[in-house]
Write a protein that binds this ligand. Structure first.
Ligand code: SAH
Length: 384
């Protein structure tokens, strides 16, 4: 068995442990809550009641849940908790983008970003502390991998953002979409991500439709298959290169799952979803590296037959990245070639630049940089 699969399987779904220490009900999906209530001798329907209190009404005090009996409220207060992350920083950009630096109970920090657009409000959430994949242009990769987030820590980002946006009492400040495009590789934290996504989509919680929740992956092929078997939802694939030679450099996980396998996995994923779905491909544009017309043409043949939404993302520079952003002309020339082939292609606008909320900048600046050194001495998936 390879190490990536191992990592996926070693990370069991959040199990209900009753007795020793309080269970955090925040991270349990409906099935998990039903198991929890059955285990304490209650009826299953308590699950949807409590879900509504927590996620729709924002109530975290069991005593305020007035459709539960007094004795159940007391029992919950003793045996469980509703534990959110702590907001360390709350930053609002001039363009309306709002970013939170969130503190985990072990002292680590992660980030979540709300991006308002005309017709939607997208929350970008993190799935891991740091990331093991080490994509060459990504600042999160520079900090190395620390640990997976629990389902509670993932959904807490949604809980906090929706509460804090509600408090603004301004129109258009609602979460209509969630993208797992923050820090980390969501498919290497499979079970916790799936549980959190189930809560996002549950009508008794956030009720987001399957078109409005997107998991983004650098291309962990076995987990893409597993996701297709598990959930009906949107998938984004971080492509960034049109051939293996370049992709091996930019996205090292490509050495394990090269483009041929990745494209086959995309086709299988589409086949498992209903007919209207397509895959979003993300392509960070790096000057002189992957922005040439012949690379656009290579992309067209690579993606032939796959229903595609192409997202071109001009590189967001950060210190010592070693890359530059292509000119507007180079980006628009590249876009035109793809567009003229019939591919739906959009150039992503940079948002929240003044608060470091832009794509790929979620480095968590206060993170301990020494992790970086540790990372370089650790073998990664046997690729070195
Ligand atoms: N690991 C997952 C989820 C993280 S989202 C994945 O790779 O898909 C990662 C996305 O952030 C990438 O697709 C890329 O589009 C973007 N990104 C990372 N670094 C960036 C940078 N410096 N500039 C622009 N976009 C970047």
């Amino acid at each position: 068995m390879n190490e990536i699969q191992l990592q996926i399987e070693e990370n069991p779904a959040s199990t209900v442990v009753i007795g020793t220490h309080p269970t955090n009900l925040l991270g349990l999906d409906r099935a998990g809550l039903e198991d929890f209530f059955e285990a304490i001798g209650e009826k299953k329907f308590r699950a949807t009641q409590v879900m509504k209190w927590i996620h729709q009404l924002g109530v975290v005090d069991f005593q305020a849940m007035n459709n539960l009996s007094k004795s159940l409220r007391n029992q919950l207060t003793e045996s469980s908790c509703i534990q959110n992350l702590e907001v360390s920083k709350d930053l609002l950009s001039t363009d309306g983008t709002r970013k939170w630096l969130l503190k985990l109970s072990d002292g680590n920090h992660i980030e979540a970003v709300f991006i308002p657009e005309e017709d939607r409000g997208t929350l970008c959430v993190s799935s891991q502390v740091g990331c093991a994949l080490d994509c060459s242009f990504c600042s999160t990769g520079r900090q190395g991998f620390n640990r997976n987030l629990t389902a509670a820590e993932i959904i807490s980002q949604v809980w906090l953002a929706s509460q804090l946006l509600d408090e603004e009492k301004k129109p258009g400040r609602k979460i209509t979409n969630v993208v797992l495009m923050g820090m980390g590789e969501p498919l290497l934290n499979f079970d916790n991500v799936v549980n959190a996504v189930r809560i996002m989509m549950d009508d008794f919680a956030y009720g987001l439709s399957k078109r409005r929740v997107t998991v983004s992956t650098a291309g962990v092929v076995p987990a893409m298959d597993r996701l297709g078997d598990t959930l009906d939802m949107r998938l984004a694939v971080s492509l960034h290169a049109s051939n293996d030679t370049l992709r091996n450099d930019l996205v090292p996980v490509n050495k394990k799952y090269p483009l041929k396998e990745l494209m086959a996995a995309c086709r299988r994923f589409i086949d498992k979803q209903n007919s209207r779905s397509r895959i979003t491909f993300e392509y960070v544009m790096l000057e002189g590296i992957n922005d040439q017309p012949e690379q656009a043409r290579e992309l067209i043949s690579l993606l032939r037959g796959i229903p595609t939404l192409m997202n071109l993302i001009p590189f967001n520079p950060f210190e010592d990245s070693g890359y530059r952003t292509p000119s507007k002309n180079a980006v628009s020339r590249f876009r035109s070639i793809l567009h003229d082939s019939g591919m739906t292609t959009v150039v992503r606008k940079t948002r929240g630049e003044d608060i470091d909320a832009a794509c790929g900048q979620l480095a968590g600046k206060i993170q301990d940089k020494s992790r970086r050194h540790r990372r370089f001495s650790e073998p990664r998936f046997g690729m070195e």
